[in-house]
Structure formats: structure tokens, C-alpha cells
Write a protein that binds this ligand. Structure first.
Ligand SMILES: NC(=O)c1ccc[n+]([C@@H]2O[C@H](COP(=O)([O-])OP(=O)(O)OC[C@H]3O[C@@H](n4cnc5c(N)ncnc54)[C@H](O)[C@@H]3O)[C@@H](O)[C@H]2O)c1
Ligand SMILES: [Mg+2]
Ligand SMILES: [Zn+2]
Length: 272
């Protein structure tokens, strides 16, 4: 796995190349005409690093920066972050997720949420501070559970209205104030598909920059209840035999990893 060293400021002499994640209204800028492959830029390449760029750290010794621009520089194209991330190598995915979330945080916290005063970036940590009331705004994360419900050789997969046609996935839902992740799994599964689950097993997590989710994924065994899809949230939900799955998300998302790895565990008898 490529080594990424996070940092707030560049500590060593600048590398001749740099990874630069430049955003325009939430879209990622890539040099025109290229495929969706983000390429390291020569240090002097446009768009030049502006003073409010965010230094992210070093990926395999190459400096990584994030910045936002207000108009499209000549010779660049704006592409969807999701589409670009689908084409990125794994190591770059995490840096792109960090870049996107810092740009969104910087954009959404320019004024103090307490007194409305314009905020400033703190020099010693990733934080915006209000010069009037000292209120601190750190980059916001929204924890969200993901649950793959299983029963014997079957998986409970669902689709939300915004999913690509035919795609089914694991259930997902934001953790609410005062709730643990486990309580969120039980609540969201009951709300979204009407069944009760148990034997929660942690699977893994993923930073998900749309716009600032932190996905925490579990497998959960069905305990009771018939599927009743939540109107408005869940377009369809069904039990699928592990040898007859519908189209599922690619391995780019933790849902894609979770479903494929759980199928393997059910087939091997590791999960039973
Ligand atoms: N990486 C993956 O594999 C994967 C797969 C599915 C969903 N997700 C993500 O999981 C997250 C939650 O999924 P969901 O949309 O089903 O959530 P959900 O089931 O809780 O329902 C979404 C609703 O939650 C509310 N909401 C929006 N932002 C919120 C926030 N930050 N905190 C609390 N409530 C909020 C809104 O009313 C929204 O309609 C989303 O960011 C989604 O993109 C990731
Ligand atoms: Mg949901
Ligand atoms: Zn303030």
C-alpha cells in the first residue's frame, strides 16, 4: 500500500512534482483531453497554487495539495469527483477524499456558526477560528452505518431512488445525535426494511467524500420480520441467494467490498 504521510505544512523541500486536487463547485479539475487519470503536476504547472491552498501531506514522497478555484482555467476540464475517483489507484482515492472534504469544510465554515464573524484558518491545526468569540470549526465528518443483512445463503440487498438502474446494495444510514453505531444499525435496518437483526460484526470503514461521510460497515444476521421497504427511502429490497446476486456496486466503494467478501465468507462457512 503506497505510503501517505499526512501533514499540515510541507516539512521537507518541495518535490519537483505535486499531486494537485483542484476543485470548482465540487467538481475535480483535470487537464483537458486526458482520460480521468489524475497525473502529478510539474511544480510550476497552472493553476498555480494560491495562498489559500491546503497542504495535505506527501504520497510516496510527492507533495499533495488541495485548492478551489472560482472559474475554469484554460486547458482544464471539470469532472465529477466520483467518476474521477473510480479511475484512481487506491492510494490516491484516500488523498482525493481528504482533499474534497477539506475544500468543502473550508467553503462551508467561512463564517462563525455562533456569531457570524468571518473566520480565519488556524496556523497550527486543521481548524477555522472565529476572531471574535474564539469558536472553533474543525472539518466535519458524518458517521454513517452500513449493514449487510444475511440469512443462511441469502443477502438482503436494497436500492434507493438515486441508485443507478438495477443496482442493489447494502443498507446505509447516518448516525443520529446520541446514538451508538450499533444502535444506528438496529434502528436504520428496522426503519429501511422492517426487519430485526443481531450478531453485528464490524467489517471496516471508508472515508466517503459525498460530502463528508465516514462509512462504518457491519454484517448483521437476520433475526425476525418480513421485508417492508421504507416509502421514499427504499425503492425495493429483496433476499438474494449468494449465487444469484443482482448488479452490485464496484469495489471502489466499501459496499462493493463488503458484499463480495461476505459472499466468500458465507460460501466458505466462515460466516454461519
Ligand atoms: N461508500 C458506500 O459504499 C456507500 C453506499 C451507500 C451509501 N453511502 C453513503 O452513506 C451515507 C448515508 O446513506 P443514506 O443516504 O442512505 O442515509 P440515510 O439512510 O440516513 O438517509 C439519508 C437522509 O439523511 C438525512 N441526512 C443527510 N445528510 C445527513 C447527515 N450528515 N447527518 C444526518 N442525516 C443526514 C437527509 O434527510 C437524507 O435524505 C450517504 O453519504 C451515502 O452516500 C455510501
Ligand atoms: Mg439509507
Ligand atoms: Zn464567533
Amino acid at each position: 500500500m503506497a505510503r501517505f504521510e499526512a501533514a499540515l505544512v510541507a516539512s521537507a523541500p518541495a518535490s519537483p512534482l505535486r499531486w494537485q486536487f483542484t476543485f470548482l463547485a465540487g467538481k475535480l479539475l483535470l487537464p483537458e483531453g486526458e482520460t480521468l487519470q489524475l497525473q502529478p503536476l510539474a511544480a510550476a504547472a497552472a493553476p498555480l497554487l494560491s495562498a489559500d491552498a491546503h497542504y495535505l501531506g506527501r504520497l510516496e514522497g510527492v507533495d499533495c495539495w488541495a485548492l478551489s478555484v472560482s472559474e475554469l482555467p484554460p486547458g482544464w476540464q471539470a469532472v465529477s469527483l466520483r467518476a474521477a475517483m473510480l479511475a484512481m489507484p487506491e492510494a490516491l482515492l484516500a488523498v482525493a477524499a481528504r482533499a474534497a472534504q477539506l475544500i468543502e469544510w473550508d467553503r462551508a465554515h467561512r463564517f462563525c456558526g455562533v456569531c457570524g464573524t468571518p473566520t480565519l484558518r488556524k496556523g497550527d491545526e486543521r481548524c477555522r477560528i472565529c476572531p471574535a468569540c474564539q469558536h472553533l470549526a474543525y472539518p466535519r465528518l458524518s458517521p454513517a452505518m452500513m449493514a449487510l443483512v444475511w440469512r443462511g445463503r441469502e443477502l438482503l440487498l436494497a436500492r434507493s431512488p438515486g441508485f443507478a438502474p438495477g443496482i442493489y446494495s447494502a443498507l446505509a444510514g447516518f448516525v443520529e445525535a446520541g446514538e451508538s453505531l450499533e444502535q444506528c444499525v438496529l434502528r436504520e435496518v428496522a426503519e429501511e426494511v422492517g426487519v430485526q437483526v443481531g450478531r453485528l460484526q464490524y467489517y471496516g470503514s471508508q472515508s466517503w467524500p459525498f460530502p463528508h461521510s465516514l462509512m462504518v460497515a457491519y454484517t448483521a444476521q437476520w433475526q425476525a420480520g418480513e421485508i417492508v421497504p421504507q416509502a421514499g427511502e427504499i425503492e425495493d429490497a429483496q433476499w438474494f441467494d449468494i449465487d444469484a446476486l443482482p448488479a452490485i456496486p464496484p469495489r471502489f466503494s466499501i459496499a462493493g467490498h463488503l458484499i463480495r467478501d461476505t459472499v466468500a465468507r458465507l460460501k466458505s462457512g466462515e460466516l454461519a
